[in-house]
Design a protein around this ligand. Structure first.
Ligand code: ADP
Ligand code: MG
Length: 606
């Protein structure tokens, strides 16, 4: 009998293996760029033609290879990056399986030029389909250039499988983006069909993001820095107000390696959740650094997956880091409340801040008799003393506000001192207006109150600080068995919010106490609403459950539009709003206030 088992020739084995590592031109781009990084290059240039289908060239100024290594690097399992098995766990370089170049050479025509600084000349090798066709010495500068021509030339099935040039180019740009993002200290260029697409200078991460996505990112980014014993998180998130309708810039790295991690993505989305509309996506560029022993990277080079030993811990830290970044941004002192209710406009200031005031041109009427009219000598418009008089707009007369310079100062001051000065004005019983240094603040009272309550309930849920008010006549709430068990599940959280519930029988609870903020709201309706929302958004994540509870409570208990407010109530609301971590938006993503700046006001009268 003849033996029927045969060993595959190397070239065939390589071709088959190559299919796994090199799926498309972008995979080759990634491998070559990562090799250049591992070689310590400070400048890496990528040149492609036809989205890499006909040419991929990567030029680096890294350490280069010796003549022997230049031949060896095409062998399967040839790598300079791993020698001991234990290295597998501490490895931080990009690739270490020694497969990429063998795979590429199996399915393309490869030209390698390389020179180390200690060598006088470089080596040039041509390898086609795993066969070395040519080897010569050449003069060249230190570094390595790989030129890949006609990818899949000997695997037509794969070549035909490639997508359109535009689609393959998108993949290349995506790989280029991932690699360059995590290496901002290195300069890169990308040239496609003779056109330079990116020219990235060495710099920091922020500059790199701007280089890749546009200079307008300067104002869009919020830094994230969080360091704990086991985990370090660094990078930037995009401010909530720039969230996009399409899933855009979402870049997650673990130890500088791009990964996809839906669970951790959720931690970020969750931290934003209350700030961006439902159909928008947050942007982020974050690197999570952990001890390599704490993760299990699927070492397949094309996979972008990683398992954490303690993923819940990473989730919590990431969530906190993003929340903190958002909170700090919103705490920044952008609104300067005035100590005095008089909005004295200093025109000198306005000029300094970049606006120029044009001197009006005056044509002189020669028949004009100055003694016929009471005109003061001061031609500068002055709003001094024209303070904000809510509810009494006609006291001084409109003309005086418009022609303040013609008003006798003593006459103007007099009525003011007798009137109580009001700092707040309610419009349509729904909006609060107040004057601040840089303009007029317009606050939506309903949305502002929702934000205040939301943060308050969130805190109570975390620290069990809810105050309860006892019910004089405890009310029963009757539920079906299913809802009754849900209510029991929520009981500890509800206690924290101020509810005092007692189970009377399997389906009935007595409401003995309700949250201090809930007076005026029917407790049964409130609990039913909470159960309803809990069922819709049911999740096993602690964070989500509490978030949903806080949202429901805030939505149910916030004051509605068309609620008349006293001066004191308005002041209280505004103070509380700006004491919030995130004052700008309600949990439904709507803005709580906007500012009418002095510049805007000025432009209205120009
Ligand atoms: P790996 O990167 O996993 O080691 P590769 O097949 O990608 O495997 O590369 C094989 C080896 O070739 C590398 O370990 C390295 O020694 C060498 N090499 C590849 N590219 C370069 C480069 N641009 N500069 C210097 N050496 C390189
Ligand atoms: Mg490699």
């Amino acid at each position: 009998m003849l033996d029927i088992i045969k060993l595959l020739p190397d070239s065939v084995a390589n071709q088959i293996a190559a299919g796994e590592v090199i799926q498309r031109p972008a995979s080759a781009v990634k491998e070559l760029m990562e090799n250049a990084l591992d070689a310590g290059a400070t400048q890496i240039d990528l040149i492609v033609k036809d989205a890499g289908k006909s040419l991929i060239m990567v030029i680096d100024n890294g350490c280069g290879m010796s003549e022997t290594d230049a031949r060896l690097c095409f062998e399967r399992h040839a790598t300079s990056k791993i020698s001991k098995a234990e290295d597998l766990f501490s490895i931080r370089t990009m690739g270490f399986r020694g497969e990429a170049l063998a795979s590429i050479a199996a399915i393309a025509q490869v030209e390698l030029k390389t020179r180390r600084k200690e060598d006088e000349v470089g080596t040039k090798i041509i390898n086609e389909g795993s066969i070395i066709k040519e080897q010569t010495l050449i003069p060249m500068s230190v570094g390595t250039t790989f030129t890949i021509k006609n990818l899949f030339f000997n695997v037509p099935a794969r070549r035909n499988f490639l997508k359109s040039t535009a689609a393959e180019m998108r993949h290349i740009v995506e790989e280029f983006t991932r690699v360059t993002l995590m290496n901002p200290q290195i300069a890169f260029t990308l040239n496609s069909d003779g056109k330079e697409i990116y020219h990235l200078y060495a710099g920091n991460l922020k500059q790199r993001i701007m280089g890749l996505f546009g200079n307008n990112y300067e104002e869009k980014l919020l830094p994230v820095n969080q360091e704990t014993e086991r985990v370090r998180i660094n990078g930037y998130i995009v401010k909530a107000e720039f969230a996009r309708k399409t899933r855009g810039e979402q870049y997650f790295f673990v130890n500088n390696r791009f990964i996809k991690h839906p669970y951790l993505h959720h931690a970020i989305e969750n931290a934003y959740m209350e700030m961006i509309p439902k159909d928008s996506f947050p942007g982020y560029f974050l690197n999570i650094e952990v001890d390599p022993a704490d993760i299990d990277i699927n070492i397949h080079p094309t996979k972008t997956e990683v398992n954490f030993l303690d993923v819940k811990l990473v989730y919590a830290i990431l969530h906190a880091a993003v929340r903190k970044a958002i909170g700090q941004h919103n705490l920044s002192p952008m609104i300067d409340f005035e100590e005095s209710p008089n909005p004295d406009i200093d025109f000198g200031e306005v000029v300094k801040s970049g606006r120029s005031i044009v001197q009006p041109t005056i044509s002189i009427d020669e028949n004009y008799n100055p003694f016929n009219q009471p005109v003061s000598g001061n031609s500068r418009p002055s709003f001094q003393g024209s303070s904000f008089h809510p509810e009494r707009p006609s006291n001084t007369g409109d003309w005086r506000l418009l022609y303040g310079d013609r008003v006798d100062q003593t006459e103007e001051k007099a009525p003011q001192e007798n009137q109580p000065k009001s700092q707040y004005m309610q419009v349509n019983q729904s909006y609060i207006l107040t004057s601040v240094k840089s303009g007029v603040l317009v606050i939506d009272q309903h949305l502002a109150h929702m934000r205040i309550l939301f943060e308050k309930f969130q805190k109570q849920l975390e620290n069990s600080g809810g105050i309860s008010q006892q019910e004089l006549f405890p009310q029963p709430i009757s539920l079906n068995l299913n809802d009754a068990s849900l209510l029991k599940e929520l009981m500890p959280d509800l206690e924290n919010l101020g509810f005092r519930l007692e189970q009377a029988n399997p389906t009935t609870f007595m409401i003995n106490g309700t949250p201090a903020d809930s007076s005026g709201t029917d407790a049964v309706t409130l609990l039913e609403k909470i159960l309803e929302n809990y069922k819709i958004n049911r999740t096993d994540l602690q964070l989500d459950r509490k978030l949903n509870l806080a949202k429901t409570m805030a939505a149910q208990l916030s004051m509605k539009p068309q609620t008349p407010l006293s001066e004191i109530e308005m002041q209280h609301l505004v103070d509380q709003l700006f004491a919030c971590n995130v004052a700008e938006v309600a949990h439904n993503g709507k803005k709580t206030y906007f500012m009418l700046t002095i510049d805007e006001l000025l432009s209205r009268f120009n």
